[in-house]
Design a protein. Structure first.
Length: 225
């Protein structure tokens, strides 16, 4: 039996078109004009290729993600060392303190000689304490000289000969050094406040504490005489 030949669209297509027309009429009742925020477009522009009278807006595309093989842009590498500013700790920028350091070294060595002389005139525990203070003052001079060398590259260490010294009575000499140790403490504290070098500041504060201790030791010796 020969099948009937039909022309035109198949029944399924006609039914689909009919359903779309019905939906379009209903949609126009609730949404008379197409809105830009609506995902449904009823009136397609002329020349647009659509498979039906009802078109759905395409979803936004996600951003492209580079593949693992894609080249990675890097900043130009600097083959040389990074540029640095002036060294803040015992560097050339601290050369302005060289003169003060020389004076402090001279002062500490002079105090070392003075306490050595006093220790030979003292007896018992006082002699031991004064000898220890002389060693402290020499150690101060060494630390200051090291700082001077790191800053300037030159070792400053004057001769330890003290020349002729006036011999004062023992107790009067202790009294004089008691006041002198307090003045030295104030000088180191002032130097610590003025310097911009963190290492010199730390050194000055430590030496100020030692000078305060020395003043207390001298007072203790006088109290026992």
């Amino acid at each position: 039996m020969e099948q009937d030949k039909r022309t035109g669209a198949p029944p399924e297509a006609l039914a689909s078109a009919c359903d779309q027309e019905v939906f379009a009429r209903v949609w126009r009742r609730v949404m008379p004009q197409d809105r830009p925020d609506s995902p449904i477009v009823l009136n397609a522009p002329e020349g647009a290729e659509t498979s039906s009278a009802l078109a759905v807006a395409a979803p936004a595309q996600p951003p492209a993600i580079p593949s693992a093989s894609a080249p990675v842009l890097r900043q130009e590498e600097n083959p040389g060392q990074p540029e640095c500013g002036a060294i803040p700790c015992l560097g050339e920028a601290s050369a302005v303190y060289a003169g003060l350091l020389q004076q402090l070294i001279d002062y500490e060595l002079a105090d070392c000689r003075a306490y050595q002389s006093l220790s030979r005139r003292a007896q018992g525990n006082a002699a031991k304490v004064l000898s220890g203070m002389a060693a402290d003052e020499r150690r101060h001079a060494k630390r200051l000289s090291t700082a001077y060398f790191l800053i300037s590259g030159v070792r400053y260490w004057p001769g330890e000969h003290g020349g002729s010294q006036m011999v004062r009575p023992f107790m009067a000499a202790l009294r004089e050094h008691f006041a002198q140790e307090q003045r030295a403490q104030c000088s180191y504290l002032a130097a610590a406040e003025e310097t911009t070098d963190p290492c010199l500041r730390e050194l000055y504060l430590e030496l100020a504490g030692d000078e305060e201790t020395h003043a207390g030791l001298l007072r203790s010796i006088l109290e026992q005489l």
